[in-house]
Design a protein. Structure first.
Length: 319
């Protein structure tokens, strides 16, 4: 048997005694991990954690050696996802949200590669990051936002899960190519941008705004809408009816584009506070990055009413 495979199997027997290395997926992962090992490299810690995004019936291994952080995820017969980041190239290591509020993972950002893997409970993720402080102290204490090329690449952003914002959104106005309102849209915000989509007998209607086009993002509600009569006139009939009901639930997402245009989306099923909570992580990450990049004397965006500044903190009247 290949010596480096024996090293991995011995480490599994010692550190993961409950694992079964004869299972196809894990056996394949062991083979790939052995290929990543260098001569005379020692495995310090080993974990059975899958690489993100997770795949069913796969087997993941995370190895910490005296030279590198490695992650392998295998699901035969698919090609394995293999990462090896030398300790000297680690720039940031941080706990990241995965799916729900109580599930976490870890992201390791290197000079030439980034790997994310699922751990589970935050306590375990934080303990793992702390364990790496001894071999990569600068990376553990680094701010990932200062490492990534764009704010939306920050792995700590808790993006809304697909479909979590619902499929009853309205596009109100803002894009010259779509002068009229559209209803029944599914709203998604992800690392690629803002997308509003509707599938129907007439085909697919889709609005896609990559983050490169978005200068500012605001959350507004009924009070802001009432202060903007032109917006009220543009709202579809269904939303106007909702506006007049006693128990009003209406939230707006306003994306200000680089050319100054405002693209407005409205939801009768979300209040302003609900949207504010769901998008707070995005607002904070985008705002911190944008304000840091603004040159001295640059125009700061003025919020309307109680809308959020791009940095994600509420404004007060008169600010």
């Amino acid at each position: 048997m290949e010596p480096r495979r024996l090293i991995v199997e011995d480490a599994i027997a010692e550190m993961l005694p409950e694992a079964n290395p004869t299972k196809a997926a894990l056996s394949d992962a062991i083979s790939h991990a052995a290929c990543l090992l260098e001569d005379d490299e020692s495995i310090l810690r080993l974990y059975q954690w899958p690489t993100l995004p997770r795949r069913e019936r796969g087997a993941g291994l995370v190895l910490v050696t005296d030279r590198a952080l490695m992650s392998v995820d295998s699901r035969p017969p698919d090609a394995a996802r293999c990462h090896r980041i030398p300790v000297s190239e680690l720039r940031a290591i941080t706990v990241i949200p995965v799916g729900g509020r109580h599930l976490t993972g870890v992201a390791a950002l290197g000079e030439h590669d980034t790997v994310e893997f699922f751990i589970g409970y935050r306590y375990n993720a934080e303990s793992f990051v702390e364990e790496l402080r001894g071999c990569a102290p600068d990376a553990v204490g680094a701010d990932p936002a200062a490492v990534v090329a764009h704010w939306w690449d920050d792995p700590r952003i808790a993006w809304p899960r697909p479909l979590s914002l619902g499929a009853r959104w309205e596009y109100v106005s803002g894009l010259a190519e779509f002068p009229g309102g559209q209803s029944g849209l599914r709203m998604d915000l992800s690392s690629t941008g803002i997308a509003a989509t509707r599938l129907g007998a007439g085909g697919v209607f889709r609005i896609a705004l990559p983050w490169e086009r978005v200068q500012a993002l605001r959350v507004e509600g009924a009070r802001q809408m009432e202060r903007r009569p032109t917006l009220t006139r543009m709202l579809p009939v269904g939303l106007i009816g909702a506006k007049r009901r006693k128990n009003l639930t209406l939230g707006l997402v306003v994306a200000e584009l680089n050319d100054g245009d405002e693209v407005i989306f409205a939801s009768p099923r979300h209040t302003e506070s609900e949207l504010r909570s769901a998008l707070s992580s995005i607002l904070a990450a985008a705002g911190s990055s944008t304000l840091a990049l603004q040159p001295p004397g640059a125009r700061r965006l003025t919020p309307r009413g109680d809308a959020f500044r791009l940095i994600g903190s509420p404004t007060t009247r008169g600010s």
